[in-house]
Design a protein around this ligand. Structure first.
Ligand code: BJW
Ligand code: ZN
Length: 243
């Protein structure tokens, strides 16, 4: 691990353009539950019943109750030292964030260029007119209505079977194609199309540093794999005076 940290620091040192590509493990130490694994959300909650457009059509109340619970859980949480290490590196490097997380913690830590592939739990969108806006109410009115057209509002999150926002995908592709190094952190690398993005970066010439508490399917493409927690490893590889 010591050697891997040193190697990662060298790669980052030589890099001008960095992308931090994060998944749920990035926020795990803050107290945000991950999806897979033994304490993951999908252990006790069915993705089919909660995170698909069909589920929302069938039973919007249950889906909203689940999001209300998650919003109340996330609201008081603070970013961890890993989020802050990424935000702090902006002073020295061209570093942007592409995240699958919907919790908003990268922005809360101060990262300015954040592409949210799967949306944001603090935004709502009208199912009738498409109006989208911030909403941080906790609790939120279950079955909230649009101010403009009284249509039913939904969480502005990408559910299974839904396409990602094309403008977010194209911006992410552009960033990954230009990256000297991509730091892949805390993602199981199972959910598409996000799961293919590190490979795309690699094909475009980016080095890959992966940080995870276990090996992942994408493990093979990493130039450096660091087994450890995001909040502990990222400061060690990103902060100037960490060693
Ligand atoms: C740590 C750590 C620490 C822990 N430090 N590390 C077969 C059937 C049905 C669908 C499909 C299929 N095959 C492919 C699909 C498509 C589907 C998909 O990929 N499914 C797979 C599950 C198979 N994908 C989609 O549907 C996507 N859309 C799409 O494909 O559209 C096509 C289309 C085109 C045109 C028209 C129409 C459609 C959309 C995917 C949306 C995903 N949404 C979710 C959440 C919604 C709910 C919500 O948040 O409110 O996004 S699912 C969930 O998984 C969430 C996450 O962003 C995403 C990724 O998970 P992530 O981040 O990797 O987390 P975990 O929990 O999996 O992993 C955590 C990792 O952290 C682990 O590795 C730990 O070891 C590690 N870790 N602590 C460092 N401290
Ligand atoms: Zn509306």
């Amino acid at each position: 691990m010591k050697g891997d940290i040193q190697k990662a620091r060298e790669i980052i040192d030589e890099s001008k353009t960095i992308v931090a590509f994060s998944g749920a493990g990035m926020s795990a130490e803050c107290g945000v539950p991950t999806f897979r694994g033994k304490d993951g959300l999908w252990k006790n909650h069915s993705a089919q019943d909660l995170a698909t457009p069909d589920a929302f059509k069938r039973d919007p109340r249950t889906v909203w109750q689940w999001y209300d619970w998650r919003r109340s859980l996330i609201k008081p949480l603070e970013p961890n030292l890993g989020h802050y290490a990424i935000a702090g590196a902006q002073e020295r490097k061209d570093i942007s964030v592409i995240t699958q997380n919907v919790d908003g913690l990268h922005r809360k830590a101060g990262s300015q260029d954040v592409s949210e592939l799967h949306g944001n739990i603090w935004r709502v969108r009208c199912t009738e007119c498409g109006m989208e806006k911030d909403n941080t109410d906790v609790p939120i009115d279950i079955l909230p209505k649009c101010d403009e057209c009284s249509g039913l509002l939904r969480p502005a999150i990408v559910w299974f079977g839904e396409p990602l926002d094309p403008s977010v995908v194209s911006r992410s592709s552009e960033l990954l194609s230009k990256a000297d190094v991509t730091i892949v952190v805390g993602t199981s690398g199972i959910v598409q199309p996000a799961a293919s993005m590190a490979a795309y970066a690699k094909e475009s010439g980016s080095k890959i540093i992966e940080v995870n508490i276990e090996e992942t399917p994408g493990y093979g493409i990493a130039d450096v794999f660091i087994l450890g927690k995001a909040g502990e490893v990222l400061p060690q590889i990103l902060e100037e005076d960490a060693l």
